[in-house]
Structures are given as C-alpha cells and as structure tokens.
Design a protein around this ligand. Structure first.
Ligand SMILES: CC(C)(COP(=O)(O)OP(=O)(O)OC[C@H]1O[C@@H](n2cnc3c(N)ncnc32)[C@H](O)[C@@H]1OP(=O)(O)O)[C@@H](O)C(=O)NCCC(=O)NCCS
Length: 153
C-alpha cells in the first residue's frame, strides 16, 4: 500500500485495494522481492460468479525495475494458476490515461473489449469506478494464448 502512489505516478488508488484482498485472495496473488525489498506485486482472483474467468485487479512494478519482464512474469505465473484451476479467460481493466498499462496488456496478447464510448481513440466502458471513472477492459482467452508467452520461466 505504501508504494502505490509513487508507483502509480502520484495517482492514489489505495482505496481500491482494501485489506480484504490480502485476507481472501492470497492464493492467487503474487509478490516479487529481492533481499526483502518489494519489487512488484499482482493481486488477482478466480471469479466466484463467472465460471472459467480469472481477474487481475492490480499489478505494479518498482519504477527502477520496469521493462525487465517482471510484470510479464507475474502475469504468466497467475495465468498458469488460472489454467490449472480450469479458468479459460483472464480479464483486467485500466484507466485510459494509463498508456503504459494499455501497452503492457496489448504486448502480452490481451484484446481490448468494446466499450460504450471512446477516450483518445480507445474504447472505454463509462461509469465503471467509484467516482464514475471510465476504464479500458482487457481480455485474454487462454485457449488462444501462445503457451510460451504464458509459461516462460
Ligand atoms: C504496467 C507495468 C506493471 C509494467 O511492468 P513491467 O515489469 O515494466 O512490464 P514488462 O517489462 O513485463 O513489459 C512487457 C512488455 O509490455 C510492454 N510495456 C510495458 N510497459 C510499457 C510502457 N510503459 N510503455 C510501452 N510498452 C510497455 C513492452 O512491450 C514490454 O516489453 P519490452 O520491454 O520487451 O518492450 C509497470 O509499468 C507499472 O507498474 N506501472 C504502474 C502501475 C500500473 O499502471 N499498473 C497497471 C494497472 S493496475
């Protein structure tokens, strides 16, 4: 929680990650550490109400460790867990302002789902967040995902 504002360029998204996530979704969440220092984390879960679906709620990497494949590795590990649980689709959302996240998800093979409006040329779903925020929605169908992209060590 302490690193989030700095890692998200000053955007304070901590209220979207209350402690219930760490109490109930530890089995499907991951951290990357080096000598007890947090380098990255992923918070995700297997959807109880949507058979076959897994959802990544947050991923973040220390700015000094970016573009080294760390978030991709966390995603691949989560996808392997999801596949082992019989999940066939992974979804995630991001704010349209977060072009780094849009580029990251696209690079990993996620498709952008149709929305009900457009922001900067991106399809967005309006009124999705607590303050009526718009989001870009991503989906990766595991059957279509290249296995080497998911399972690279
Ligand atoms: C988005 C984020 C998690 C990516 O982490 P990362 O460890 O740097 O990602 P990877 O190194 O695994 O990137 C894999 C590929 O995604 C693409 N990519 C990742 N970040 C990118 C960026 N800022 N701009 C353009 N492409 C990017 C690249 O194609 C990259 O491969 P390459 O470096 O070989 O070109 C990281 O920038 C971050 O923590 N951002 C702030 C938090 C955030 O926005 N989280 C996502 C929404 S919850």
């Amino acid at each position: 929680m302490a690193v989030m504002p700095a890692w998200w360029d000053g955007r304070d998204l901590r209220s979207m990650l209350p402690k219930i996530f760490f109490e109930h979704f530890r089995h499907t969440s991951l951290i990357a550490e080096h000598e007890d220092r947090l380098l990255g984390f992923l918070v995700g879960f297997f959807c109880p109400d949507h058979d076959g679906e897994a959802y990544i709620h947050f991923v973040g990497v220390d700015p000094g460790w970016r573009r080294g494949g760390l978030a991709g590795d966390l995603y691949r590990r989560f996808i392997a867990l999801a596949r082992a649980d019989g999940r066939s689709v992974v979804r995630a959302v991001t704010a349209p302002v977060n072009m780094g996240s849009v580029a990251f998800h696209t690079a990993l093979g996620f498709s952008i789902l149709p929305g009900d409006a457009e922001v900067d040329g991106l399809p967005v779903t309006t009124d999705h967040g607590p303050q009526g925020d718009h989001v870009v929605r991503f989906e990766l169908r595991l059957g279509e995902a290249p296995r080497d992209a998911e399972e690279r060590p």
